[in-house]
Design a protein. Structure first.
Length: 197
């Protein structure tokens, strides 16, 4: 009797095993994308929060300075008028730029990417080992969530991507458990995790 080869490819992997590997690879790819994106947005968020604090505090300080009568004697009435004008101008600029909304949007988007990063990792490492149809359905659900987050169209300045890339490559976001497992595997103490290449 002829052997049924329809369920296998030429290198001996079953279709389910090949699908499982592809699901795992795609989940790892999306996990990495979410890691870079969330890190970049968190770095940008730190900067925007500082800007928000400055915009909040500067008018208070400038108003106080403009109110000191001895300052007018030292720098002149015109300079005090400029300080008072700036104190009233800064809140208007902040409102026009909608800085507080940007802070909230950045917080929400960064948290969503970070959550998706964890979910994609779990799918690649655990979920893909189970039923392949369930894993594919879960990948589809996660991709739909990722598409919804991407609709926000956050576009941080390039310098934040470069800073995030540098921190990630330096190992700032490696988990101690993963580092210990890699070291143990390199010494032959445990079998390495099967990672699709």
């Amino acid at each position: 009797m002829a052997e049924d080869l329809r369920g296998q490819d030429t290198i001996g992997m079953s279709n389910d095993d090949r699908r499982r590997a592809e699901i795992s690879i795609e989940a790892l790819r999306q996990m990495e994308s979410c890691l870079y994106t969330s890190t970049m947005i968190y770095m940008w968020l730190r900067r925007v929060r500082w800007q928000h604090k400055i915009v909040t505090i500067a008018p208070i300080v400038l108003t106080a300075m403009a109110g000191f009568s001895f300052l007018a004697d030292r720098i002149g009435a015109e300079a005090v008028a400029v300080i008072a004008f700036l104190a009233t101008l800064i809140p208007s600029i902040a409102e026009a730029l909608d800085i507080q909304t940007h802070v909230n949007d950045l917080k929400s988007t960064a948290a969503s990417y970070k959550s998706l990063q964890d979910r994609f990792r779990q799918l690649a490492r655990i979920g893909a080992l189970g039923d392949v149809d369930d894993a594919q359905a879960r990948l589809g659900e996660l991709m739909d969530r990722l598409d919804a987050v991407r609709e926000a169209s956050m576009t941080p300045p390039e310098r934040y991507f470069e800073a995030a890339q540098k921190k990630i490559k330096a190992g700032h976001y490696d988990f101690t458990a993963d580092i210990a497992l890699r070291e143990a595997a390199s010494k032959g103490l445990v079998a390495p995790l099967d990672t699709p290449e």
